[in-house]
Design a protein around this ligand. Sequence first.
Ligand code: FES
Length: 211
Amino acid sequence: MAYLVPVATMALMAISVALILGLVKNLLTVEGEAKVKIVNDGNELVLPLEQNLMQALKKAGYDLFAQCGGKGTCATCRVKVLEGLKPEQITPAMLGPLSDKLRKEGWVLSCQISLKNDLKIELFKPLVMGWPKVEGKAEEAPKAPALSPAAAKLRAVLPGFDCLACGYPTCEEFAEALASGKAKIDGCYPGGKPVLERLKQAALEAGVKAS
Ligand code: FES
């Protein structure tokens, strides 16, 4: 019978360790959900906490460009947070290459956000392909600045998303930079090959030496 004491002690110790490990795991695992209200279409997603916002949006059918694949360098996944993100929660990674103007307007990179609480967001509409529910009237196009004739030709074949992926705040500025030889002709990543081909043709017609 004497051997039963150490066996029982060891069993008790094993159970205690298992209980402690279970407790620690529970403490470390964040459980719960957050609601993400999308003002563009009124949709409300219920998502697990700590989920990456960009991935969750894509999974829900919002086909964001997310050109850099979530590295936080292209700004094409940006969303404007209208509610639920306090200034002290915003990290430098969430702002990435966004211009001061966009930062002030409340845009952040969705690929750099893991959900901590409910959010109300606006998606950058032109970047959303395969839009699930497109309703309402079209937004008024912003007034384009006057461009040089060559830049105007180049601008005419750009998508007009102002996505920042080329490094310029607007397609107009990219076109002007192309026309003056400061930008590379393959800078419009979202446009891909079709836009590149059209840009080359437009550059030829406008007498722009493209590189
Ligand atoms: S996917 Fe490129 S910055 Fe988010």
